[in-house]
Ligand binder design. Structure first.
Ligand code: NAP
Length: 219
């Protein structure tokens, strides 16, 4: 039985991921939402309250896990505060974005590292919008793009740090996906990304890579 955490499991990609994982035999999943509620009702699933922008909430979430050892963490929760055509830096929004997408995600991950089993896998959900190789790069969504670029660097650093423990760390670019964040006309569905995440968890992949639809992509 593999035990793991998927943050932001109340909707979108996170919800599709916990739905898919708990349909497989051999997965027990702890999800999170800012309210503590979750639409999924499954005996292999529990959801706890987590606000990544608040250190006390992160500590309480980790305490809620009790003494469970983990085989995977999917750092999926994230925010995109900017309008689609916003390119100016707004310091309040930049800090808010980093609080959740970077600082909170890293704070929680660091608290969970001592509970990881050997051969565990940490998957950071980042984005093409956090890459330095994006085609059609533009000046929009600067806060979000910088936050995902920082998380990609955390993936690379952590994969080196945890190499000797045989713990894998990956970034995954879901592609533009139909969710509250991605909107209704995006080409990918949350279940497509959930399948990518499941494959990444099941496959014996090289650590420290950036994945998109089952292939390694450029940072
Ligand atoms: N959709 C896309 O096109 C796309 C493309 C590239 C990358 N991504 C990335 O994929 C991931 C999932 O995105 P999505 O499209 O599924 O987003 P979504 O539908 O907006 O869902 C976001 C999830 O994150 C949680 N969350 C938001 N703020 C949080 C906080 N402060 N603390 C803890 N949890 C928080 C939400 O919980 P509540 O329900 O409680 O608010 C929700 O479960 C994100 O990291 C996103 O950046 C998405």
């Amino acid at each position: 039985m593999k035990h793991g955490v998927v943050t932001g499991s109340s909707r979108g990609i996170g919800l599709a991921t916990v739905e898919l994982l708990t349909k497989q035999s051999g997965f027990k999943v702890i999800g999170s939402s800012t309210s503590g509620n979750n639409p999924l009702d499954n005996s292999n699933f529990k959801c706890f309250k987590l606000n990544l922008a608040n250190s006390d909430s992160i500590t309480e979430f980790v305490e809620d896990l009790e003494d469970v050892k983990l085989d995977f963490i999917v750092n999926n929760a994230g925010i995109l505060l900017e309008k689609w055509d916003a390119s100016a830096i707004n310091m309040k929004e930049l800090k808010q974005t980093f609080d959740t997408n970077v600082f909170g995600t890293i704070e929680m991950t660091e608290m969970l590292i001592p509970r990881l089993n050997s051969k565990a896998h940490i998957i950071n959900i980042t984005s093409d919008w956090g890459s330095f190789s994006e085609q059609n790069f533009d000046a929009f969504q600067p806060h979000y793009k910088m936050s995902k670029a920082a998380l990609n660097m955390y993936t690379k650093l952590l994969s080196k740090r945890l190499e000797e423990k045989h713990i894998k760390v990956s970034s995954l670019d879901p592609g533009w996906t139909q969710t509250d964040m991605g909107g209704k006309v995006a080409p990918r569905l949350p279940k497509d990304v959930a399948a990518d995440i499941l494959n990444l968890l099941n496959d014996d992949v090289e650590s420290g890579q950036f994945w998109h639809q089952g292939n390694v992509r450029a940072w």
